[in-house]
Ligand binder design. Structure first.
Ligand SMILES: *[C@@H]1O[C@H](CO)[C@@H](O)[C@H](O)[C@H]1NC(C)=O
Ligand SMILES: *[C@@H]1O[C@H](CO)[C@@H](O)[C@H](O)[C@H]1NC(C)=O
Length: 222
């Protein structure tokens, strides 16, 4: 009995080691090369000699308001490893999201990060959609100043300002480079465009509807 228990523990340990061994990707892709001299990317970024690190490497000045004069009426200002190089390998970043009245941060996903958002001003209608496995259930909430909501990693989510004035939120994200895929932009604004035959079938509409959508300008608010 004890021996069986020992092996179960060993197996659990081995599998958790296996999960922990390959680091999660820190960029969209990282194509392997054989010749190390031509390499530019590791998983994340190359590291500075710690002796040369300065306070400035961990600092970002004045995270001010974003310009919401755009078709979506929202602006995401991200502070990731690209803005604070000291965030490399630390698994965290943040974003400031400004909303004009009726402004929308449109349905999007972060392929590498869970998001936790706090409303500092205004009222937001927010939501995320669970995966197919969970019947694409929609989870929504109206958030007022001080309210906090979580958007699980990879799931499609959105935030809309439903108040009369501007709104402001700050989001923490569990990746140094969480990434953003805005659904409409990726599906209807890809370069080059996805075949309208594929999209007409996928969305169960005529090609004319797809062609119309593909002709639109899909503003990127981040
Ligand atoms: C990379 O190197 C390995 C080992 O030398 C070799 O088998 C493989 O064909 C190389 N791959 C490419 C794409 O050059
Ligand atoms: C905000 O963006 C609009 C549209 O691009 C531009 O006309 C305006 O000057 C910008 N405002 C500021 C304060 O940068």
């Amino acid at each position: 009995m004890k021996v069986v228990y020992f092996f179960v523990v060993l197996l659990a340990l081995a599998s958790s080691i296996a999960f922990a061994y390959d680091p999660s990707p820190l960029q969209d892709f990282c194509v392997a090369i054989n010749d190390t001299k031509t390499g530019v990317f590791v998983n994340g970024k190359f590291c500075k000699d710690p002796k040369l690190a300065k306070a400035e490497d961990f600092f970002f000045p004045g995270l001010g308001p974003g310009n919401t004069s755009n078709p979506l009426g929202s602006k995401v200002t991200a502070v990731t490893v690209n803005e604070i190089l000291g965030l490399n390998t630390l698994g965290i970043s943040l974003a400031r999201i400004d909303f004009a009245p009726k402004g929308l941060n449109p349905p999007h996903t972060h392929p590498r990060g869970t998001e936790i958002l706090v409303v500092l001003e205004g009222t937001l209608y927010v939501g995320f959609v669970a995966s197919n496995q969970n019947d694409n259930r929609l989870f929504t909430k109206v958030l007022n100043k001080g309210d906090v909501f979580v958007f699980p990693i990879g799931l499609i989510h959105f935030q809309q300002n439903i108040g009369y004035g501007n709104a402001l939120a700050i989001a923490g994200l569990s990746s140094q480079n969480p990434g953003v895929i805005t659904i409409a932009n990726a599906v209807f604004g890809s370069k080059p465009p996805i075949s309208d035959e594929v999209l007409a079938k996928a969305f169960q509409v005529g090609k004319n509807v797809i062609d119309y959508l593909q002709k639109q300008f899909w503003y990127n608010n981040s």
